[in-house]
Design a protein around this ligand. Sequence first.
Ligand code: SF4
Length: 819
Amino acid sequence: MDNTNKPQNFSRRNFLQKSLLVGGAAALMNKFTMPLAYGQADLPAKVPFAGENQETISYSACLVNCGSRCPLKVHVKNDIITKISSEDGINDAIFGQHQIRPCLRGRAVRWRTYNPERLKFPMLRVGKRGEGKFKRISWDEATDILASKLRHTIDTYGNEAIFYQYGSGTTGANLSGRGMSKRLLNTLGGFVDYHGTYSDAQIMTIQPYLFGSTNNNYGTQLQSLFDQIKHSDLVVMFGQNIAETRMSGGGQVTELYHALAESNAKVIIIDPRCNDSVVAYNADWIPIRPGTDAALVAAISYTLIQENRIDEEMLAKYCVGWDSQSLPEGAPLNSDYKSYILGLGKDNVAKTPEWAEKLTGISAQRIRQLALEISDAKAAWISQGWGVQRTQTGEHAARAIMTLPIMTGHFGRPGTNIGTWGGSVAYPVAGMPTLSNPVKVTIPVFMWTKAIDDGESLTAKNAFIKGKDKLDVGIKFLWNYASNVIGNQHADLNKTHQILADESKCEFILVWDTHMTASAKYADLLLPDVSGVETSDLINNSYQSGAYNYLIRMQAAIKPLWENRITYDVLTDVAEKLNVKDAFTEGKSYQDWIELCYEQTRANNPDLPTFTKTDGQGVIDRRLADSNEHIALKDFRDDPINQPLKTPSGKIELYSQTLANIASDWELDEKDKLYPIPAYLPAIEGVEDVAGLEKYPLQLTGYHTKGHCHSSYANLPQLKEASADAVWINPIDAEKRQIKHGQLVEVYNDRGRLYLPAKVTPRIIPGVLAIPQGAWAKTNKDGVDIGGCINRLTSQRPTVLAKGNPQHTNLVDVKLLSL
Ligand code: SF4
């Protein structure tokens, strides 16, 4: 165990005080007791078994898509869960030995397991698609139907008509249904996969044009670890809310507390909302209008040029495209970033703080002050959450923020980052091979509705299809595992409904999940899945938990409920009916695969105990990465000649000729712009959409809330009580509409309507509403979403480059609901 990162002057008292702020809701949860009758009516008849009335404790984990991973101790008596508790850790005072403390969601797993909305049997649709009417069928019938629909689709349309839908309900699982489903499809000739994610497609797509890759030269993430903040004197976060989005005790929220306790750095958070991280980290809040971050960066840059704070020599050494001297050959005159900032470019507008004030809502004085604070810092950490890039012009905004540490020289040195989220180190764990996919074409994750509606029109140049010039066939078979995308998390749900309701387009929808979600209601065949506590696995700390990384053995705490079966066993039956059982199973049971994966993991780490000795152990191994080995661009900063980036020039490309070529080569919508520099771009439904604002005068953004992780856990009444969904509205906007705190309001635009209570608060900038994403969609007879799902109002217009999800770019209005 590497304890070199142990904080020297860390105050446990301060830490506990801060922890209480974040952990308040979780602590509140401990006061809840599950009503005796709740869920029990749905329990299967209890069968006596050995050990009756004895409490057993098994290790499971919370597997949802929060970026972290928490082990859970599951207390069981008579095959019924009586309590969820947390692992002990080794020494909570020492970073790297601390408790991997679950948040309120993981602690709610007992309620989630016995929730009345759990799926219990295989079911076949009997009503109209989306109506949610089903009849119960047997597993034999279900696997017959699945096998025959797969065969029919492949024989009629080919494997490119099968699409594996994005879904992150069991992101943390390793040997889960996701990998296994893909493995089965690959044994049958493959399927169309997606590229990118709903969360971060824009930033992951644009980053390589600036830095050459999303990874450093050694193949690990091109981001510094938060632990480096122990060397920072200033932390500037754009739209980042670690206290709510990375809540695991083993995750970045804890890492950031420890690092700040050591450095005492000043924290500034730039966000339309005064999010919980502002409170938790005692930060300065700079409210900003959504979609204007690139304008703020441009005005900071203007200030730094005017104040002579730019190290031109340093920029010439590391960048192309800062000024006219470093433009690539053939680039138009004055197309460099500096000329754009000074108003010498095509638009002839100097990006002064006064110019930015009108767009961002931040005073020119505060912009100047921020520029000087960053410039004066010895080591400024600059990072962004993924909300900034999840806007209509998100690629440009994300790239502008990544440019800021470069312009100010805060990169490649201790205590700095490169404007990206902040890194993580995953514990290496072996998984079941998904085999090679013979189908090479992939579509952007957000474009699946278009691929159903008009698939053959999608090309590489108009829709960012990869692996082929165009789609030859639209999606006819949708495989939807542990995913609430199709009826909840995708944009413009009313439009999505129209597309899915037409059964001549997508002919078959498989939904396989644990609960009757809004997406499950669109199933033709609906299969019930086991939950995490009913199955076993071998998992790691997930994709964004920070420096602390660990290996967990999950062991089923209770038998599968109702008629639910382990995914692997169901897929084995389907494989047998399609004559590919041997290729699918390789003669192994599910348990065999777990053991094999453990042994493969152990082969690379011989200090691990034997598999038998891991029985009942939960966390098998834990490590703390040395953050000094994870400073983004350090190797390049130290030696740009011998450690060049993977960009065409080998340098940081503030001007990207490749992007300029794409802008002229791709078939872009006339309203879409793609610039080779990180310029500010006005968005449709943004602050400069005068016509749009006339009709719908408020911007609407989504945000992540404590009560649910995306849509996972969002149906639990206990969590709704602990952390209620509401629409945030500034008192100025509320007063204009005579809306009072707590009143039910209707939020609406041309795409749809929803009801939610109002949260009237100065913690949101005037002119902007915010609604937590992930609430379960539920419409009344008038088509109004009484579940409060934000995607009733969001747009399917994809972003320009990644063709990603622009969830935070919407214009709406709100009114008091008169019932
Ligand atoms: S939601 Fe994330 S932080 Fe919360 S218990 Fe689950 S894994 Fe841990």
